[in-house]
Design a protein around this ligand. Sequence first.
Ligand code: AMP
Length: 440
Amino acid sequence: MQFKKFNLHPNVAAGVTAAGYVEPTPIQTQAIPVVMEGRDVMGLAQTGTGKTAAFALPILNRLMQGDRGHVRALVVAPTRELAEQIHESIVALGKQTRIRSVTVYGGVNINPQIDKLKRGVEVVVACPGRLLDHIGQGTIDLSRLEVLVLDEADQMFDMGFFPDIRRILKQLPPKRQTLLFSATMPDEIRKLAHEVLADPVTVQVGNTAPPVTVSHALYPVEQHLKTPLLLEILHHTDTESVLIFTRTKHRAKRLGEQLEKAGYKAASLQGNLSQNRRQAALDGFRDGTFQILVATDIAARGIDVSQVSHVFNYDIPDTAEAYVHRIGRTGRAAKSGDAFTLVTSEDGVMVRTIERKLNATIERRKVEGFDYTVPAPRKDIEFARPPRQPMPRRKPQEDKKISSHGGATHKPEGVKPHVPGRGAQPASSRTHVNRARRGN
Ligand code: AMP
C-alpha cells in the first residue's frame, strides 16, 4: 500500500516524501482514512509504530482548508520531550504547508510561547500543566478548536494528569473531532474514552505486545555487580545508540557519570535537569554526540531515536507495561533491536509477569569470563558479621568522629558510607509524580 491512496493534499504528500516514508505503517493504514473522514478514534498503539504521523498527516490535511491564524488542532502529551518530538514531526511533515505549530510546556519561559500564540498558530502541542496556565491567563484561545489529540493517555493517567485533562476538556468546544491514543487500555482509559469520544472507531496494532523486531535477554547478577557487568556487556557488544533505564533519577545521573568515566560518550536524562539540559542530552543522543543515554522512565517516555540498537534495563521496571514501553524505544519502525535486562534475585516475580505478558520465556545469559563471585563491598555484609570486639582507645582527634548517640563510627578505610535505599524511590511514587507534574 502506498501513501498515494490516502489522497493527501500535494503539499502534505510532499512532507511524507521528504520524511522518506515509502509505505504507511499498519497504524497509519488503519487510522489515516478514518481520521480523514472526521471520525473520533480510539488508537491502541505504542510509540514506535508510526502513530504520530497517523494523526499528524490527517490533521495537516484538514488544516489545508479553512482559516489560518487561530488554534485549530491541539495535541496533549505527557512529557516535554514527547511534545517536542510531536511538534518536530508536524513541522517536518508540514514543511510545504505553512501551517504553524507551537509547543507549550513548563520548565521554560512562558513569554516566547505567549508571543508565538499571539502571532497566530494552527497547531498547539502541549503538556497539561502549562496549557492550563495559558488557559488561566487567557493567553490561548481554544474556542475554535476542531481537533483534539490525547496522546499516550495511559502515561498521562499514571502521571496524575487526568484531573488536568478534565479541566482542559471543559474549555474546549464540544463539537470537535477527538483522537485518543494509548498503549494500554486500563479501566481509567476506557472511562475517559467513553467520556470524550463520540461513536469512535477503534484502531489497534499489537497494543500490548512489544515490537516483534526486538530480541530479549535477561542477565542475572547481584545488585553490586550491575555496573561492572553492564560495562562488560557494552565492551563486548556491537552497539549503535544505547538507551539505559534506571529506576531513580539519582541512579541515572550516577550511572551516566560512571559510563563517562569509563570512556563512553554518555549523558543522563532525568527530571532534575533543567529543560535546556534535558533537551541538550536528547539532541546529543539523537545526533550521535552521545552514544549512551541513561534515563528514568518518565524522562524517556516516547523518545524516538530510530537508531537505538540496544535498550538496557539497568533496573527492571515496576510493571510489565513499563517494560513494553521501554523496549518500544528500540526496534522502531521495523528496525531490529536488543533489550537486555539486568535482574537480581529479588526481581523473580516481575520477570515472570513480563514473561507472561510476552507469552514467552526470556533467554537467561551469563557473560563468559565475568567474575560473578566478587563479594559485595563490606558495607553489605556488615550485618552478617558477629558483633565487633570493643574498639581500642582512639587517638584524640578521632574522638571527633564519635556520633551524637555516643557510638563510634566504624568506617573501614576506603569503604564509602552506605546509605541503604538512598534514592530508591519507586518510579510510581507520589513524589515522583508530583515532580513530573510540576515540570509541566
Ligand atoms: P512514532 O511511533 O510516531 O514515534 O514513530 C516512530 C518512528 O517511525 C519515527 O522515527 C518516524 O519518523 C518513523 N515512521 C513513521 N511512519 C513511518 C513510515 N511510514 N515509514 C517509515 N518510518 C516511519
